[in-house]
Write a new protein. Structure first.
Length: 150
């Protein structure tokens, strides 16, 4: 469930600035992750120290939908039955920073080998190179927080 933490780390309130996120077959909706399997629910309960489902204020997907666009690199498969792209990563598309973000459709099951090919690695490296070229506007804290539109 690394996608939940990676996405959360790039949203306001994170203890350090994260300028973009790469997600591979990622859970992005904490509520859906909670309801997907007992083992996952127990992991979420342990992480949050609460036996109740975490509310929307802790759900990275809901938080992103209320923020300005974020640079995202997303790999997902419509054939993934473990983490359904249509209700997880695909919902992030309208909230991805144009010009730097990339959504890579793949085929096959969850975390299949085709996510880890030289061609995909090259596309991922391209995303990080694009991310490095963005100009960043300082937030109130003085730490660069969001790309500046050109």
């Amino acid at each position: 469930m690394g996608g939940l933490m990676a996405l959360r780390s790039a949203l306001p309130g994170s203890p350090y600035p994260v300028r973009g996120v790469a997600l591979i077959d990622a859970w992005t909706d904490l509520e859906l992750a909670w309801g997907s399997a007992l083992s996952r629910r127990l992991e979420i309960e342990a992480a949050y120290g609460n036996a109740a489902p975490p509310g929307p204020d802790l759900n990275p997907q809901h938080l992103l939908l209320r923020q300005s666009p974020l640079p995202l690199f997303v790999i997902s498969s419509l054939e993934d039955t473990t983490v359904k792209a249509g209700v997880n990563s695909d919902r992030l598309l309208p909230h991805a920073q144009p010009g730097v973000s990339e959504f890579v459709p793949v085929t096959g099951p969850h975390l299949g080998a085709n996510r880890f090919t030289p061609a995909v690695a090259q596309r991922l490296a391209g995303f990080f190179m694009r991310l490095e070229t963005l100009e960043w506007a300082p937030a109130a804290s003085g730490i660069p927080s969001r790309p500046v539109s050109r």
